[in-house]
Ligand binder design. Structure first.
Ligand code: SF4
Length: 470
């Protein structure tokens, strides 16, 4: 396993809590015990939280004071979410003391992988990294027998990384959508990114397992799947004998009862013509692509080690828009990368004006431990980073509002997800194929496809009138 700045942490620590009435390490049943999970970060973390609860077979509760186990599933992509871990765990440790209940508190996810045993100082009873989730039931059982456990060991064993029982929540037929993990980890090593450290090397899940899971989900009432991974469109590239991502889409497109296929996150390096053709030809693949560009400056893209140029990125956008008319494209932008001059920043602004993305996820550069960019000279002052972020967010707000306005008057196919957040009694909510949330008056079964005439547009959602059910 190649090392990068000696930052990989693999720990397996089992400590016995002397002061507690330990049960001498015997297996403790978790049946009937209640669990509260607080998830930060990406879809991968949401999926991992679901996997853990399914693996544990414990009863999920919505309030921490009712729980026997509390898990904080963490994100390390920027400084801010990492700092949240300490305040969040601190809250549960003081709750435990206040209500005098022997709640077991654990930290999982990317900060757990990054920091390991250092996190025991928060008062947590267990720290489990991104590769050891398949052992979560054993670990918690041992914690109940009086142990303190840290496990940030790495594994490339495919079933350990992906397989888990189907979460209970799918068995009552209420779930319309589901995340399906198809690959995990990353071999790209963009200079600002901590993911290759916290999620390890890229592992590809066998396509047969993915297809089997989607068929099972559809049999339980799921109508839309989102394929997730750090570089989903690179699926199969480094796995001899495995099918390509484009072929995987074509296979999933054949599944009866499945209405929609989405996927995230894609890497411009893997946007092949084969894939764009598959997206255009598979009727279940939705017309929305999230394609992070990060910067509009070739100099900065090089320093980020993104391995594509602005020109190559723009060529992909042109191909997508000519092959898939009306496709919604969103992206990620980092401002204030070390060495980013005013001219480089203007290149990013120009990119936003040229491409007119449907929306962007924009961030200030945040130096991450163990990454080359954190050690680069010419770090940009925080104030200047904030000025640049505000500027592009205001610019994008205008563009997004104009793009949302273009939906008014159109008839859109909506997959109904359930009652709307507001006016739950009167309104239903669903999404267009391009991913826009739409609220409309009416009573329709979740999981149904309907057609809605759009009457109003807002920054983040649309409103319309129900025309007919499919
Ligand atoms: S491709 Fe994405 S996940 Fe991988 S290193 Fe780059 S930014 Fe991080």
């Amino acid at each position: 396993m190649e090392k990068r700045g000696k930052i990989y942490r693999e720990e397996k620590i089992f400590l016995s809590k002397k002061n507690k009435s330990s049960q001498n390490g015997e297996e403790i049943s978790l049946d009937g015990k209640k669990i509260f999970v607080r998830t930060f970060g990406c879809q991968m973390n949401e999926k991992d939280s679901e996997r853990m609860v399914a693996k544990l077979g414990m009863i999920p509760v919505s309030s921490p004071d009712q729980a026997d186990v509390i898990i904080v599933n963490t994100c390390a992509v920027r400084e801010k979410p990492e700092h949240k871990v300490y305040s969040e765990v601190g809250k549960y440790v003081s709750l435990r003391e206040r209500i005098k209940k022997d709640i077991k508190i654990g930290i999982t996810g990317c900060v757990a992988q990054l920091k390991g045993s250092e996190l025991l100082k928060t008062g947590a009873d267990f720290v489990v990294g991104t590769h050891a989730l398949h052992r979560i039931d054993e670990i918690i059982s041992e914690v109940f027998s009086g142990k303190v456990i840290v496990d940030t060991s790495l594994t490339t064993n495919v079933s350990d990384r992906f397989e888990s029982p189907m979460p209970y929540s799918f068995y009552d037929g209420s779930r319309v959508k589901a995340f399906v993990t198809i690959q995990e980890g990353c071999n790209q090593f963009c200079t600002f990114c901590v993911v290759p450290i916290t999620r390890g090397r890229e592992v590809t899940r066998p396509s047969q397992d993915i297809i089997r899971e989607v068929i099972e989900l559809v049999s339980l009432g799921v109508r839309e799947v989102t394929l997730i991974g750090q570089n989903v469109n690179g699926y199969g590239w480094n796995t001899p004998g495995e099918i390509s991502f484009a072929q995987l889409l074509r296979e999933l497109n054949k599944i009866d009862g499945l209405y929609r296929i989405r996927f995230t996150t894609s890497n411009p390096r893997y946007m092949s013509d084969e894939l764009i053709d598959a997206m255009a030809e598979c009727e279940k693949v939705c017309e929305h692509l999230h394609l992070p560009v990060q910067s509009g400056s070739n100099k900065i893209l090089k320093k980020m080690a993104r391995r594509y140029t602005l020109e190559e990125y723009l060529e992909i956008i042109d191909k997508l828009r000519s092959k898939i008319p009306g496709i919604a494209i969103t992206t990620d932008i980092i401002v204030g990368f070390p060495g980013e001059t005013e001219k480089d920043f203007e290149d990013t602004v120009e990119l936003l004006k040229t491409v007119r993305f449907d929306d962007i996820f924009s961030f200030k550069f945040s130096p991450r431990p163990g990454t080359p960019a954190a050690r680069m000279p010419d770090q940009i002052p925080e104030e200047e980073k904030s000025r640049r972020l505000k500027f592009i967010q205001e610019l994008q707000d205008k563009i997004t509002l104009e793009k949302m306005q273009e939906y008014v008057g159109k008839l859109e196919e909506i997959l109904v997800e359930g009652p709307a957040e507001r006016n739950r009694d009167k309104d239903m909510m669903g999404r267009t194929r391009t991913g826009k949330p739409v609220n409309f008056e009416g009573k329709v079964e979740p999981g149904t496809l309907v057609f809605v005439r759009i009457t109003e547009s807002f920054r983040n959602s649309l409103r319309g009138e129900l025309v007919r059910q499919n």
